[in-house]
Every structure is written in C-alpha cells, then in structure tokens.
Design a protein around this ligand. Structure first.
Ligand code: HEM
Length: 407
C-alpha cells in the first residue's frame, strides 16, 4: 500500500478516552499491517494479543532505539538516541544485567513489606487534604488535587528523597507527562540537578531506599558510576508517573460510569486487585511503549518482516482481542483473568518492572477513595473533557479533569 494511504500512528482517540476504532478494524481485517509515522517512515503494527506476546518475548527484535528501523513516534525519540540508554532501551545481556540491579526493590514481597505502608500513609494524607478542600461543596479538580500528586510523591519516597522536598518536587509538570519510553529524553535540568545531588548525599550517607541500594551494591563495587546511578534513578522517577496518574483518573471515572459495579466494590473492598487488573486491560494506559526493531527476518502471521524494519505492538488492541477476552469492549470488574494476560504492563523481558508497586498503589488509591468518599460524584459530563496537549501524544494522554468532587 502506498505510504500516503497508510493510517497514521499514533491513532487519534475518538472520544478522548476510548481507544481508536482503528485498533479493532486492523485486528479484524489485517492484524499484521503497516502504519505511517510522523516522519514519513513506515512500521509494522501488530494488533492480536497472541502476536504481541510472541514479538515482545522474541530475541529477534530489539528494544534499543539506536537499532536500525526502531520506530520513533515523535522528534524527541530521535534526539534520545544520543543519550546513554538505560535498560528499558537495551537488549540482553546488558538489559538483564541492569534490570537485576533494581529487581529486589520491586518484587511483590518488597512492595508489600516495605512500600505498602509508605503508600498507604501518602494516600491518606493527600486524600484527607482533598476532602478538606472539598468541604465547601464547590466542584474540586480531582486531577490537580489528588491524582497528579499521589504517584510522584510515592516514587520520590521510594527513591529516598527527604520528606521536606517531596511536595515541592512532585509538582513538576514534565514528570507528570512523561511515559516510560520517553524518560530518557525528558531529563529537565532542575530535576536532573536535584537527582545528582541526591545521589551524592546517598553516597555519603546511604539509607534504606532505591538509590542507596544502588550505591551500596553497585557504586561501591565499581559497577556503576555516580552518573549511571543518576540516570537509573531518573528512569525510575519518570517511568511510571504519567501512566499512574492517568490510571487513577480514568479508573475513577470508569468506576463512576458503572454505578452498579461501583456499589459492589464499595461493599467488597477486597475486589481492589481484580478491579485494577480490569482497568489495566480495559484502558491500556501506556499504549505507545511496546515498540521494537527487527534484527532478523521473520514471519508473523504469513507476513514477511525484514531485518531493520520497525514493529509496533499495539498492546491496547491486544487487550481488547476477542480471541483472548470474552466481550472485551465491556468493562467488567467481575472478569477473572491471569494478571500476566493483561498487556497493560507490556510482556516479555521488558515487562514493566514497576508493575507490582503500581498495582498495589492503585489498589490502595481506589479502596481508600471510595471508602472515605462513598458519595464522590462527577461535577459535569465527562464528554466535556478535552484531551490536552501535544499532537504526538494524542494516543496516550487521556484527559485532565476539573470535574470530580467529593460530597
Ligand atoms: C500504571 C502504571 C504503569 C504502566 C501502565 C507501565 C507500563 C509499562 C510498559 C507497557 C512497559 C514496557 C515497555 C516496553 O516493553 O517497551 C514498562 C516498562 C517499564 N516500567 Fe512501567 N508502567 C507503569 C508504572 C511504572 C512505575 C511506577 C515504575 C517505576 C517504579 C515503572 C518502571 C518501568 C521500568 C523500569 C520499565 C522498563 C523495564 C525493562 O525494560 O525491563 N513503571 N512499563
């Protein structure tokens, strides 16, 4: 097909927060097809769940954006090729070596033991302030006063930033808009300087946090330099904020749009884990990350993908694949499926390292929100939401709400 006839990727959402109908159309009609990127180049797009898993698990594709054909979706990505990559953009064995340095801090066991109490405390404080501000019955901006604040505060604490800095730092708007794969290009100066100083402090006086762990285990043995630790800390800091913020916003909105399911959740807060699983499937907040470059010729569903061609796994389309999930367009918190099957956190060796902490954070948020504020309601129709921002983010940034208020 001629380049000008190909659909442009990222696909625009039709109604602000619904995935583009092109996902389903391609999945039904041509599940391994081509799209045009912003710079006129082309890439393969994969829309079946099974194929996304196969590709994201395959060693025949590279996550390194310096690899020939890696599909960039905006100019910043090309610039980021010149930065020293972190493991999200490295292939094994280098990817695995770096990822392991952080692994023990993000296992479900560590998350529950070490980070859960910190997250519960953080959510309590922010939520209590939100309730306080909403006392006068005026609509209150849920995103500004709650959703935008929780994830950055949590991740700064996990990294080991002192309590006194956390509130100020978490107001940084770039931090709120950066997605996992864009972390390297978003290193704004102020944040970078702060992170450099924090690493220096931890070298002098390590404590029990993520940066200190890197210092004690990797810096002192000469495996990582001060600069390497700063870069890794920056990845952890930026990788999940936008996705978590949007998950809180969209998750809350979606629950409120399904009142009978919400009633069920209010009665059974133990459903939180299941609800988070369904939100990660239904919305696939991080929809643009899973991009690769083929390093060998390969056959996908009878199509010949050549070495050096870009491949985009549309995990958002895969998460609504009727061959994997029954009635996939329906949001249903009673749906039971294996956590691994939700492509919301990716798949394979690059599957999100922050998955466990993100799931628990979202469980805490939704549980506390609807237990403390059972009559929270929308102040206006969500159809009035205007997805903000840059054209290049049109597939991933969902909405900013001035529209949720407590009773
Ligand atoms: C709802 C929240 C989140 C979502 C939806 C999400 C989504 C993703 C996805 C889809 C990937 C795979 C990228 C790829 O295969 O190309 C990924 C990777 C990654 N995420 Fe997350 N993420 C979230 C939160 C977080 C948090 C809070 C952290 C930090 C603690 C984090 C750290 C990472 C890292 C380090 C990687 C790279 C893993 C690797 O390459 O081995 N993420 N994330």
């Amino acid at each position: 097909m001629a380049s000008q006839q190909l659909p442009e990727f990222p696909f625009a959402r039709e109604h602000g927060y619904n995935p583009s109908p092109l996902n389903a159309k391609l999945r039904h009609e041509d599940p391994v097809s081509k799209v045009k990127l912003y710079d006129g180049s082309q890439a393969w797009i994969i829309t079946k769940h099974e194929d996304c898993c196969e590709i994201l698990d395959s060693s025949k594709l590279s996550a390194d954006r310096r690899s020939h054909g890696y599909p960039e979706i905006h100019p910043g990505g090309h610039k980021a090729k010149h930065a020293k990559p972190t493991f999200i953009n490295l292939d094994d064995p280098d990817h695995d070596k770096q990822r392991r340095m952080l692994e023990s801090e993000f296992t479900p066991e560590t998350v529950n033991k070490k980070w859960r109490p910190i997250m519960e405390h953080t959510v309590d404080i922010i939520l209590d302030k939100f309730i306080q501000k909403g006392r006068d019955q005026q609509p209150i901006d849920f995103m500004e006063e709650f959703a935008n604040i929780v994830p950055p505060q949590v991740i700064y604490k996990v990294l080991g930033a002192p309590e006194k800095d956390v509130e100020r730092l978490s107001k940084d708007s770039e931090l709120r808009n950066t997605t996992a794969r864009d972390a390297a290009e978003s290193a704004n100066k102020e944040l970078n300087d702060y992170m450099k100083d924090l690493v220096k402090q931890k070298i002098q006086q390590p404590r029990d946090d993520v940066i200190s762990k890197l210092v004690v285990e990797q810096y002192k043995s000469g495996n990582l330099s001060e600069g390497d630790i700063t870069t890794l800390a920056f990845l952890v800091l930026t990788a999940g904020n936008a996705a978590l913020i949007n998950s809180i916003g969209l998750g809350t909105l979606t629950l409120m749009q399904h009142p009978s399911q919400l009633v069920q959740f209010k009665k059974n807060p133990s459903m939180a884990a299941q609800i988070v699983n369904e939100i990660t499937r239904y919305h696939t907040i991080s929809a643009l990350n899973s991009r690769r470059a083929a390093t060998e010729n390969m056959d996908i569903r009878g199509k010949q993908v050549k070495k050096g061609e870009g491949v985009i796994c549309s995990v958002q389309a895969g998460n609504r694949d009727e061959d994997k999930f029954s009635d996939p367009e329906t949001f249903d918190i009673r749906r039971h499926f294996d956590k691994e099957d939700s492509l919301g956190f990716g798949y394979g060796p690059h599957r999100c390292q922050g998955e466990a902490i993100s799931r628990v954070e979202l469980e805490i948020v939704f549980t506390k929100l609807f237990q403390k504020l059972p009559s929270l309601r929308l102040a206006k129709s969500p159809m009035n939401f205007i997805p903000p921002g840059a054209k290049h983010l049109k597939g991933s940034t969902l909405f900013t709400s001035k529209s949720l208020r407590p009773p």
